[in-house]
Ligand binder design. Structure first.
Ligand code: C2E
Ligand code: CA
Ligand code: CA
Ligand code: CA
Length: 275
């Protein structure tokens, strides 16, 4: 049994090493990917209760030279640990400005949501870089929502709040992504300049068939209403979910039921068709 235990520990170490090596390779490939044009942005529509498009979330895609896709849930964490998320985040911001200009030109001036990493907030030049990106493109900051995850708010609360206020003064709006999954106290809700809460798709998955999941969604909707915050419910896949939300506060919705994440050109074509 002792030998088996030692053997188990050795196997564990081997697999840890293999995992660390994979991360290293992935990190190297990712920095080359930006230079090689393997990264692109997809956009996923957000609609109001009547199904009218009101915005879109920008989601990063990595297609390797061999045609295979690396999911963001795999490469974003690597980008966070290596620091690559800083140039990537800046690139996303510029892509968002270009996307907004293209949407305006096509007659569809949608509000665009961008995922912003905690690492970006910790960068001293963050606010200046954001301002420069908007100045260069001439796009109004009011056109953008920065999505930040709740986990971010636990650390560096004062620093983050200060930067949020500076960016909010420029006109940028803030959304709490994956709301309810971060185990943080709710005190921050009234201290930060917030515009929106996003109900995580893990809560929507259980709605409306499961009483507990449904209760959580209803509680978030009621709280947002009291705080005067807009809500987007993500992961809407079924008519039953949409009907439930139409009867409960009518938040905006994002999910496969309405639209998959699409390349900009495909999204514009869809908007032009009026669907
Ligand atoms: P997220 O911000 O929570 O984004 C929503 C995710 O849900 C997206 O996954 C989207 O494709 C997926 N989704 C949308 N509708 C549905 C639905 O009806 N059902 C289900 N099951 N899923 C749906 P995606 O594109 O794989 O992105 C995963 C995560 O990667 C994002 O989660 C976000 O945290 C991160 N990410 C993606 N792009 C960026 C980026 O540009 N910057 C940063 N920092 N993070 C990003
Ligand atoms: Ca998001
Ligand atoms: Ca989310
Ligand atoms: Ca998420």
């Amino acid at each position: 049994a002792k030998a088996a235990g030692r053997n188990g520990a050795a196997m564990f170490e081997t697999s840890m090493l293999a995992a660390a090596e994979r991360q290293l390779t992935l990190g190297r490939d990712l920095s080359a990917a930006l230079a090689n044009g393997e990264l692109s942005m997809h956009l996923q529509l957000q609609v109001d209760h009547a199904g009218t498009p009101v915005g879109a979330e920008m989601l990063m895609r990595w297609r390797r030279g061999d045609g295979t896709f690396v999911p963001p849930d795999v490469f974003i964490p690597v980008a966070e640990t290596t620091g690559m998320i800083l140039p990537l985040g800046l690139w996303v911001l510029r892509q968002a400005c270009l996307a907004r200009l293209a949407l305006e030109a096509a007659g569809h001036p949608l509000q665009l949501s961008i995922n912003v990493s905690p690492r970006q907030f910790r960068q001293p030049e963050f606010v200046a870089q954001v301002r420069a990106a908007f100045d260069e493109s001439g796009v109004p900051p009011q056109a953008f929502v920065f999505e930040v995850t709740e986990g971010l708010l636990v650390e560096d609360f004062d620093m983050i709040t200060t930067k949020m206020r500076e960016l909010a003064a420029l006109g940028i709006r803030f959304s709490i992504d994956d709301f309810g999954t971060g185990y943080s106290s709710l005190g921050y809700l009234k201290k930060m300049p917030l515009y929106e809460l996003k109900i995580d798709k893990s809560f929507m998955r259980d709605t409306p068939h499961d009483a507990n999941g449904t209760a959580i969604v209803q509680t978030i909707l009621a709280m947002a209403d009291h705080l005067g915050l807009r809500v987007v419910a993500e992961g809407i896949e079924t008519e039953a979910q949409a009907r439930f939300l139409a009867d409960n506060g009518r938040p905006c919705m994002q999910g496969y039921l309405y639209c998959r994440p699409l390349p900009l050109d495909d999204l514009v074509a869809r908007l032009n068709r009026g669907v």
